[in-house]
Design a protein around this ligand. Structure first.
Ligand SMILES: Nc1ncnc2c1ncn2[C@@H]1O[C@H](COP(=O)(O)OP(=O)(O)OP(=O)(O)O)[C@@H](O)[C@H]1O
Length: 329
């Protein structure tokens, strides 16, 4: 049996469907994980389902009735995410210091900054995972901290330091993510198969997530973030550990998503990637936004990396490390 506490930990998004946590294990029994279960195989109802019948993953991800395919991408689209005067400290450490940001529908918005700049702290507050000391965050006009249940329905999250239920198989984890988001079982099964194909995880679906490589874990977590086709995806370093082919697949999926009115906010240390993929960027240093806007405006005549290094205080000369060159043997 699965301990009750395991479910209550994550069950902050009640589903109104008939599905329940129990059904997850009826659909995806895994004898190695749950001794009471009898089958270690992925159920035939999933493997035999023809899911590529017009409702494939991309369609599902983009299936948002209120989206406007003719979205005005010139900066007059509706504001999806608004951050006002956001601050958060940990003891004497000011992690986020009065951040203001506005992200519009259909944006591919990058947040960059040096280590410890406050990116993860900011993203955690946006997604309702970390309470701000002050400030306001709204998603589609809904205050994330005054109305968290409603706001979270619109958000898909890839958090920092993936705390996944990694004693589930990939299929179980994805199924669980889908039913917790209120999707019916058939839809979840269909999307699980589409997501596995999109992320190259088909052969791993029946393995425990704890046995996944770092990149595979990142990909299954990304898939979990997308399964309910949220209006806003908030992704903390989504490409870290992900191989170039998989990253290119993920980028293509995300580009189609934003082209249809979805919105992506991601943090990354990959300046080339941000410059190539994002239309907007914010450079965060010491908990403050030092530059924000269209990528071309922020980088000016140089590269985004040049601008980043300039705002982050320039490169440090590697002095005082001569001992490293006097080898011990
Ligand atoms: N739970 C915590 N307790 C104490 N200090 C914290 C905590 N979380 C973050 N900090 C501190 O807040 C600051 C910002 O951290 P944060 O993780 O937001 O930075 P980051 O920009 O995401 O860094 P990185 O690029 O290295 O991931 C750092 O000084 C960090 O040590």
């Amino acid at each position: 049996m699965v301990p009750e506490a395991d479910w209550t930990l994550v069950n902050n998004e009640p589903t109104d469907s008939a599905d329940s946590a129990t059904e997850v294990f009826r659909a995806y029994p895994e004898a190695d994980v749950f001794p009471d279960a009898t089958t270690a195989e992925l159920p035939t109802e999933l493997s035999e389902t023809n899911v590529f019948d017009g409702d494939d993953f991309e369609t599902a991800l983009l299936d948002q009735s209120t989206r406007d395919d003719d979205l005005d991408r010139t900066g007059t689209s509706p504001v999806v995410l608004s951050i006002r005067d956001l601050s958060r400290s940990f003891g004497d450490t000011v992690a986020v210091d009065g951040i203001d940001l506005e992200v519009r529908e259909g944006s591919f918005y990058g947040i960059v900054g040096p280590n410890g700049a406050g990116k993860t702290t900011t993203l955690s507050m946006i997604t309702g995972l970390l309470r701000p000391d002050s400030g306001h965050i709204t998603v589609h006009g809904i205050d994330v901290w005054e109305n968290p249940d409603k706001a979270k329905r619109a958000i898909g999250v890839l958090p920092d330091r993936l705390r996944l239920f990694d004693r589930l198989t990939g299929a179980q984890l994805l199924y669980y993510s889908g039913v917790l988001r209120g999707l019916d079982g058939a839809t979840v099964r269909s999307r699980v198969k589409d997501l596995a194909a999109a992320f190259g995880l088909e052969d791993a679906l029946n393995r425990l997530v704890t046995d996944y490589s770092a990149g595979m874990t990142k990909k299954v977590a990304l898939a979990c973030a997308m399964i309910h086709s949220p209006r806003l995806l908030v992704l903390d370093e989504p490409f870290e550990s992900v191989d170039p082919v998989s990253a290119a697949n993920v980028i293509e999926i995300l580009q189609k998503y934003v082209a249809h009115g979805g919105t992506v906010v991601l943090s990354s240390h990959g300046m080339d990637l941000i410059q190539r993929v994002c239309d907007h960027v914010a450079i965060v240093v010491n908990g403050q936004v030092l530059a924000a806007g269209a990528v071309d405006d922020v980088r000016g005549s140089g590269t985004l990396e040049d601008r980043f290094v300039e705002l982050a205080g320039g490169r440090k000369a590697a002095e005082g490390m001569e001992w490293l060159h006097s080898f011990s043997d």
